[in-house]
Each structure stands twice: as C-alpha cells, then as structure tokens.
Unconditional design. Structure first.
Length: 404
C-alpha cells in the first residue's frame, strides 16, 4: 500500500467520524435550544425525520461531497490554504443539501429558526471537519518529508528515446514522475517550482484536469456504467444469443491491453471474429477482414461490440472518454516511431476519444500514429466540457453507422 492510499483512508475515516459528531451535535442543539429544553419554553420545533436513518445517510453524503471536491485525490503535502478552502466549500454544499433535503420539512413557529439551523449546521460541519484535517496535515508535513516521486535527470548526450524509456519504466510505480526541464521547456512555461528551495522540474505524470474535475469524471463514469448495464441488460442478452447462434465460440472476447500507469488489464468485447482467428503474431483487423463474422460486421459498424467495456469502466480499468487502450505488441511497434507514446499512461484509457472519432478503427500503423497525435492533444486539453463534446460526437458516429 502506497502512502497516498494509506492517508486517503485516514482522511476518509476522519471525515466519517467528524460527520457523525456533527450530526449528533446538531440534533443536540435542536433538542436543547429549539425544543425549549434549556429555555423552558413550549416546543417550537417538531423534527420531520427520525434519528438513525439520517445518522447513516448524512456521513455517507458528506464523504461523497468531500470526494467530489477532489480532497482525497492527493492527500499528502496539501497546502493549508487548500485544506481550508476545500473544507469551506464542501461544508457550504453539505449544509445547503441537508437543509433542503431534511431540515426544510420541519414544523417551526418562525422561519428565522430555519436560518439559525442552517448556520449552526454549517458552523459545526466546517469546524469539526477542519480541525482534524489541519492536525493531520501538520503531522504529515512534520513526519513525512519525502515525497512519493521519481526524479529523472538524464546525463549529457542521452537520447530522447532513452528518456522516454525511463519514463515508461517509472509509470507502474504510481509515483509522480519529474523530469529536468530543457531551456525550451522553461521558455514555454512547462517547468514548475514546488518548493521555494527546490529547483524547477516538469511533472510528466500530472493530470491537466483539476482534482475536483478528475473526481467528477470518475463519478460520471461509474454512474453511466451502472445505468447502462442496468437499462441495456436485455440488449446484452439479445446480442449474446445472436452471437452464439451465428458462430461457435465464447460470447465475450478477452484481450490484454495496457492501461493507466502502463499496467495490463483484460478488456472485454463482444466477439466479432471466428473463434481462434488470431494465432501467433497479433494482426490488425481491416474493413473486409475475412475473420469477421456476419454478426460481427454489424456489431463493429455500430460499435456495439464495445458495450461489455462498461464493466471495465465500472472496475476502474477504463473511462468513458480517454485514449483507446492498445495491445503491448502494437505499443512496441508504435514506440519505434513515437517513443513518447508512454505519456498516455498518466490517464485512464477510454471507450472513445478524439482520436477514434477522427481516425476511426486503426487498421494500419499510419492510422495508429495519427490517432496517437489526436490522443496527446486531448490529454493536454482535458476538461469535463471536452468529454461531453466527444461523447456527443461519438453518439453521432454510432447513430450514422460509421464504425468499421
């Protein structure tokens, strides 16, 4: 277990306990003050909810919002100001959500008590969450001074291919990869200084999206995958029956691909070729490939053969939008002409991306290199809005039957 994973768990556990304390504290406040227990007045508030259900749902909702804020993504060495602002924004959202979902149904004698309840809940949420976070952050800064990173500084005369080979070998560690910048990198603003006493480095493995965008992207992937698998389950069953009736062999075809951090995974597809069609050296499939079954041609035309990859998305092997994952054999071939292919390893591969939309299925090495350039451009300009645009154009390509 890496330090990142370890302290992600510590922060999550701390926030869960804080949320339970906040909710119990909020209920005590309402019981003592609003219901007149302290001031000995008549009851002025009748809660419209029970005790145990919100006690479970409130911490779960808090953890979801904290995750979507991006706070858990990189918990080590996060600046105090980021801890403060991230906790503040999350607390505001949590308080407003609890107010409109739970508190607003209370029966009160004055609407001022609604505002008072909202302010108290926000104050408790912000304070009880912030204090342990700051304490934990200070402890980490004091006791964990070494970052989980790999710094690559090439000797004089080293080739570009040697540099990318070291970068490729460093990705599976999951650590940040820093490279000593050239004069060109410095002039074009690629070099960054992390600490005032440190030198300038380029973080090759750093995602261009903000932490909260990365978490929203992953949450969107999970939601779409679950909904798709649930709603289209009859279609999955129908396609399985048709594939089985059309030709002998398994319905689902599994193939090793290279994914995030250069790690291998098994991609899932509906089988579109005859069983055992690929023997020995891997081959690229073309439009009129004789190995393709009759049903397989139709599946590939509308890209329905990719539907099982929703399972890969749910597992975290893939994203909805990202560079198409390639087989290790063809990656070696691509790297002979484009050694920088390994730069794609810093993001999850996807069901679709700008490359597949512009190039389509890659049946030649030239198309593979062309798709790589589109994928690198996407990677450097990643955003949630761009992902939505790519999904829109992908749906259009599928509807027009322009797959191959």
């Amino acid at each position: 277990m890496t330090l990142y994973r370890k302290y992600q768990g510590v922060y999550i556990a701390t926030d869960a306990v804080a949320a339970v304390v906040v909710w119990i504290g909020f209920l005590l406040f309402r019981w003592l003050v609003y219901e007149g227990r302290v001031l000995s007045t008549d009851t002025v508030l009748i809660p419209a909810f029970g005790f145990w259900k919100p006690l479970v749902l409130y911490p779960l909702a808090c953890l979801v919002i904290h995750y979507l804020s991006g706070f858990y993504l990189r918990p080590l060495h996060r600046p105090r100001f980021q801890v403060l602002t991230c906790t503040l924004v999350s607390s505001v959202i949590i308080a407003l959500l609890a107010f409109f979902v739970i508190i607003i149904d209370d029966q009160v004698d004055s609407y001022h008590r609604y505002i008072g309840a909202l302010v108290v809940l926000f104050g408790l949420q912000f304070t009880v969450s912030l204090i342990p976070r700051l304490c934990l952050s200070a402890w980490i800064r004091k006791h964990i001074t070494k970052r989980e990173e790999i710094r690559i500084e090439m000797p004089e005369g080293a080739t570009e291919r040697e540099l990318y080979e070291r970068i490729r070998n460093a990705y599976p560690t999951g650590k940040d990869i820093l490279v000593k910048p050239t004069v060109h990198d410095i002039l074009f603003g690629a070099a960054r200084i992390r600490e005032i006493e440190d030198e300038a480095w380029i973080c090759i493995s750093e995602n261009k999206m903000q932490d909260w965008e990365i978490c929203h992207k992953r949450a969107f992937d999970i939601a779409v995958a679950i909904v798709t698998l649930a709603i289209l389950s009859p279609l999955y069953l129908l396609l399985a029956i048709v594939i089985k009736a059309d030709s002998q062999g398994p319905v689902i075809y599994r193939q090793q691909r290279t994914g995030l951090h250069g790690l291998p995974f098994q991609i899932l597809k509906f089988r579109t070729m005859q069983a055992g069609a690929e023997q020995g050296v891997p081959q690229l499939a073309d439009e009129d490939d004789p190995r393709t079954t009759k049903v397989g041609k139709w599946l590939r035309k509308y890209r329905l053969d990719e539907l099982p990859q929703m399972v890969n998305v749910l597992k975290g092997d893939m994203s909805l939008v990202g560079p198409r994952p390639e087989r290790p054999y063809f990656i070696e071939k691509i790297e002979q002409q484009a050694p920088y292919y390994c730069l794609l390893y810093k993001i999850r591969p996807g069901l679709t991306s700008w490359g597949p939309i512009k190039v389509g299925y890659t049946d030649t090495m030239e198309k593979m290199l062309q798709r790589l350039h589109y994928d690198l451009t996407y990677m450097e300009n990643m955003s949630l809005l761009l992902d939505l645009k790519i999904l829109f154009f992908t749906i259009k390509v599928i509807a027009d039957g322009k797959g191959k």
